[in-house]
Design a protein around this ligand. Structure first.
Ligand code: C2E
Ligand code: SIN
Ligand code: SIN
Ligand code: SIN
Ligand code: FE
Ligand code: FE
Length: 392
């Protein structure tokens, strides 16, 4: 990269006209939305940022809260660059949530110390001349700051970044946050699977007879319902990965209750009900997105739309949509299967119960989605039967 050794480039470019700007954003948004690899999402975002604000360089920093670091993969010749989370202009802008503008890094007072240890030091090593800098934090869907754009050297005649640049780049970043999250999610899977296996191993093999295909079916039903409700593919995938753990708390329920052939006494039922909170407590401390989602599902899958469920008696939309979906999937599966305490119900009987409970136990929208998706649901039921499980 010869450009690294140029002292200062001529500033001859022009700011984008509104229609050009729109075109750049649309082009990149399409590419970014189709990209599943985080590295590529980051470098597309950096390229987009560079074009939008007519910068010489642009870096996308991401916050890794677990390690307390900022990292980027787009620095020239470096596969992954990591700095402490509070470091540099990027860290400062993320910590305050405010953008930073610097017109000339060599004349700037407020950030003198940061610059001396960052850009100016790097310039000394490379011969590059950093002048204008703009750092803008950006947020994920939950509104939490997840990283920051850092643009260096404005290549137009003015040579400085403007409020316009700030607005345009913020706009572009808001399109990208979701893509970064789903790319992260994809990369997270392998690590998560290991963590799940670890968690499961630690608490011992599940003893409940109904596990096995029960969790598999509940996962598939939940996925179908999520899509039928208009959720995105990535959210549906997330739920599919998380919902198998909805009953993980049952591993802590004594056999005498869990495997009781008949009806539970009131006291035993209270013990049984604790599986929701136990599952939540097992999962809630994980930093991984999938396991955090699993914690919500474990806690909320027995809540009811009318507020009569447990453990918290949440009602309506206070129950996470993932909890409402897994809840109906779980009941369908429980009723459609033999249990130690009951025989499987006929389909019509189940559907009648769902109609009766529409707006009582269950979210009406989720019941409607269930009815619409019935053919796919039954396909799953017939694909993952319990024969092998029961025979063991
Ligand atoms: P599960 O067997 O997976 O059942 C999940 C949910 O399906 C139940 O949540 C309930 O909402 C619904 N469900 C299951 N069977 C029936 C039924 O015969 N009639 C109706 N109307 N709904 C049914 P719930 O009640 O909170 O139970 C949670 C878990 O507690 C059950 O999970 C099961 O493991 C256990 N359990 C519940 N009742 C009994 C019982 O009478 N005997 C035994 N041994 N276990 C029970
Ligand atoms: C990474 O550190 O490479 C990924 C960040 C994360 O998943 O939190
Ligand atoms: C920054 O200065 O904002 C980032 C850290 C660095 O460039 O070394
Ligand atoms: C995602 O943004 O991909 C995860 C979905 C969610 O947290 O709702
Ligand atoms: Fe349960
Ligand atoms: Fe269940």
């Amino acid at each position: 990269m010869h450009e690294t050794y140029e002292f200062e480039k001529p500033r001859i470019k022009k700011d984008l006209e509104p229609d050009e700007l729109l075109q750049v954003i649309l082009d990149y948004a399409a590419k970014i939305a189709n990209e599943r690899h985080l590295d590529n999402v980051l470098s597309l975002m950096a390229d987009m940022g560079k074009e939008i604000v007519v910068a010489d360089r642009c870096t996308v920093w991401l916050l890794d809260t677990q390690r307390g670091e900022l990292w980027t993969k787009v620095a020239h010749g470096v596969s992954e660059l990591r700095i402490p989370a509070g470091a540099g202009l990027a860290g400062h802008s993320i910590a305050t949530g405010e953008p930073i503008f610097i017109d000339d890094a060599y004349m700037n007072e407020p950030y003198r110390d940061i610059l001396a240890n960052g850009a100016l030091k790097t310039d000394q090593q490379t011969g590059y001349r950093t002048k204008a800098i703009m750092a803008i934090p950006f947020r994920n869907n939950e509104g939490e700051i997840m990283g920051c754009y850092q643009a260096i050297n404005k290549m137009t005649e003015s040579g400085v970044f403007s409020d316009h640049d700030l607005r345009n780049l913020s706009l572009a970043a808001s399109y990208s946050g979701k893509s970064i999250e789903s790319a992260m999610l994809a990369e997270e899977i392998e690590e998560t699977q290991k963590e799940i296996i670890f968690t499961m191993g630690e608490i011992g093999e599940s003893r409940s007879k109904e596990t096995g295909n029960h969790v598999k079916r509940v996962a598939e039903y939940s996925y179908i319902l999520a899509l039928a409700l208009g959720m995105s593919r990535s959210d549906a995938d997330l739920l599919k990965m998380a919902s198998p753990m909805h009953d993980i708390g049952k591993v802590a329920i004594p056999d005498s209750v869990l495997k009781k052939p008949g009806k539970l006494t009131e006291e035993e039922y209270e013990v049984m009900k604790s599986h929701a909170v136990i599952g939540y407590n097992l999962l809630k401390n994980s930093k991984r997105h999938i396991l955090k989602t699993a914690a919500i599902v474990a806690e909320q899958h027995h809540e009811k739309w009318n507020g009569q469920g447990y453990p918290r008696g949440l009602a309506g939309e206070d129950i996470h949509i993932f909890g409402r979906i897994t809840g109906i999937a779980d009941v369908f599966d429980a009723l459609a299967s033999d249990r130690v305490y009951k025989k499987a119900w006929e389909l019509d009987r189940i559907l009648n119960l769902f109609k009766d409970e529409r707006g009582h136990h269950f979210d009406p929208a989720v019941v409607d989605a269930f009815m619409e998706s019935l053919p796919q649901i039954l396909e799953i039921r017939d694909k993952y039967t319990d024969q092998l499980q029961e025979a063991q």
